[in-house]
Design a binder for this molecule. Structure first.
Ligand code: FNR
Length: 355
C-alpha cells in the first residue's frame, strides 16, 4: 500500500513509469556529463548535523517571513517549463497542488498555460519568472500581464543568456507535441523556431545582451520586487543588490546550463556573506529532503526552491502529487528541526551544523 506521504524516490519511480520519453528526458537532462546536477544533491549529504538535545520542542513552527509575507514553510516551487508535457492539466495542477501545500509557486516564462489561467487557479501567492527576450515591447507586455493578474514578485533569470548543451534532452526545448503551445512565448513576435544553423548559439527567446544596467532599469520601472535568479558569486550578488534587486536566488539552473559549476549549497555561504542581510537569499538545486532544507537555512538561506521533485509528483498524480511531495518535505523539515532542538526557522543557524 502506498503510504500517505511517500518518499521522493517513490515519486521519481512512479513518474518514470508515467512520463512520456520526451518528458523524462526534459526533466532529467543536465549540462555536459551531469557533474553539477549530481553535486547539487551530493553536497547536501556531505554536510553533517549537530543536534542539540534536551530542548522543549513540543511546538515547532517552520514558517518564514519573505518579502513582507509570512509563508507556512520555506519550500517554494521553482520556475520550470512545459508542465503539460508532464500532466494534461499542466501548470493548473501544479499551482493547485502548490496552494494546497502552502507553497509559493513561480510561473515559468516557458509555461504551457496562459498566465491568466494560472492566476485564476492560484490559491496562494505566486511570482512570475522572466527569461528576458531581446524584444523590449514583448517583455513589457508579459510583465504588465503578470502584474495585472496578481504576481507578487518578478524573478529574472540571468544565468541563461544562451542555452547550454544538454546531454540526453535530444529536444530543442521549443517544438511542442501537437495540441500543446506556450502560454506566454507563443506571442513572441520573432517566433520560437531554433536557428536552422546548429552552430548558432543564440535563441530568439533569450536576451544575450542583458546587463546589470538593464536589470536596474527593470527594477526601477516596476513597483513589484524583482529577484535575480542564477547568482553564484559574491561580487555578482553585490551587483544585484546595487541594481535594486529585492532578493537573490543562488542557482546553477539545476545543473542544466554549464557543467562543473559548483553545487549551489557550496556557493550559498559566499552570497550570504556578501549580501549581509540586505535582501533575502534563496537557493535551489538538489534539495531533496527536509534535512536539506534545514541545512540551506543553517547556511543562511531564507527559503529554498524545488525543481525536479515536484515535476515527478505532477507526472505521477497531478495536483495531489505536487501537494504530497511538498508536504513530505515540510513534515521532514519539522522533524529535522525538532530533532536538532530548534523550534522556529529563526533559530536555525550554523549552530546546527557539525563543523
Ligand atoms: C528548469 N529551470 C528553469 N529555470 C528558469 O529560470 N526558467 C525555466 O523555465 C526553467 N525551466 C526548467 C525546466 C525543468 C524541466 C527543470 C528541471 C528546471 C531551473 C529551475 O528553476 C531550478 O533552478 C532547478 O530545477 C533546481 O534544481 P532541482 O531542484 O531540479 O535540482
Amino acid at each position: 500500500m502506498t503510504p500517505a506521504l511517500p518518499p521522493l524516490e517513490h515519486y521519481a519511480a512512479l513518474a518514470a513509469e508515467r512520463m512520456t520519453d520526451l518528458a523524462s528526458r526534459y526533466a532529467a537532462s543536465a549540462a555536459g556529463s551531469g557533474h553539477t546536477a549530481r553535486w547539487n544533491e551530493e553536497r547536501y549529504q556531505e554536510i553533517r548535523l549537530a543536534p542539540r538535545v534536551g530542548v522543549d520542542v513540543t511546538s515547532v513552527d517552520p514558517s518564514v517571513r519573505l518579502l513582507g509575507r509570512r509563508l507556512p514553510h520555506p519550500v517554494l516551487l521553482a520556475p520550470t517549463g512545459c508542465h503539460r508535457l508532464f500532466h494534461p492539466e499542466g501548470e493548473l495542477a501544479s499551482v493547485r497542488g502548490a496552494g494546497e501545500a502552502g507553497a509559493l509557486f513561480v510561473v515559468s516564462s516557458y509555461t504551457t498555460t496562459p498566465t491568466a489561467d494560472i492566476a485564476a487557479a492560484a490559491r496562494g501567492p505566486w511570482w512570475f519568472q522572466l527569461n528576458p527576450a531581446p524584444d523590449a515591447g514583448f517583455v513589457a507586455n508579459v510583465l504588465d500581464e503578470a502584474v495585472a493578474r496578481g504576481a507578487e514578485a518578478l524573478v529574472v533569470t540571468l544565468d541563461t543568456p544562451v542555452a547550454g548543451m544538454r546531454s540526453g534532452q535530444g529536444w530543442d526545448g521549443v517544438s511542442l507535441p501537437d495540441g500543446l503551445e506556450f502560454g506566454v512565448l507563443r506571442d513572441l513576435p520573432a517566433g520560437l523556431a531554433p536557428p536552422a544553423d546548429p552552430e548558432v548559439i543564440h535563441r530568439s527567446a533569450l536576451d544575450a545582451g542583458l546587463t546589470w544596467d538593464r536589470l536596474a532599469g527593470l527594477c526601477a520601472e516596476r513597483e513589484l520586487p524583482v529577484l535575480v535568479k542564477g547568482v553564484l558569486r559574491g561580487d555578482d550578488a553585490e551587483r544585484a543588490v546595487a541594481a535594486g534587486a529585492a532578493g537573490i536566488i543562488v542557482s546553477n539552473h539545476g545543473g542544466r546550463n554549464l557543467d562543473t559549476l559548483p553545487a549551489t549549497v557550496d556557493a550559498l555561504p559566499r552570497v550570504v556573506e556578501r549580501v549581509a542581510g540586505r535582501v533575502p537569499v534563496l537557493v535551489d538545486g538538489g534539495v531533496r529532503s527536509g534535512g536539506d532544507v534545514l541545512k540551506a537555512l543553517a547556511l543562511g538561506a531564507n527559503a529554498v526552491l524545488l525543481g525536479r521533485p515536484y515535476l515527478w509528483g505532477l507526472a505521477a498524480e497531478g495536483a495531489e502529487g505536487v501537494r504530497r511531495v511538498v508536504t513530505r518535505l515540510r513534515v521532514e523539515l519539522e522533524m529535522a528541526m525538532a530533532l536538532c532542538g530548534v523550534r522556529t526557522t529563526d533559530e536555525i543557524t550554523d549552530d546546527v551544523l557539525w563543523t
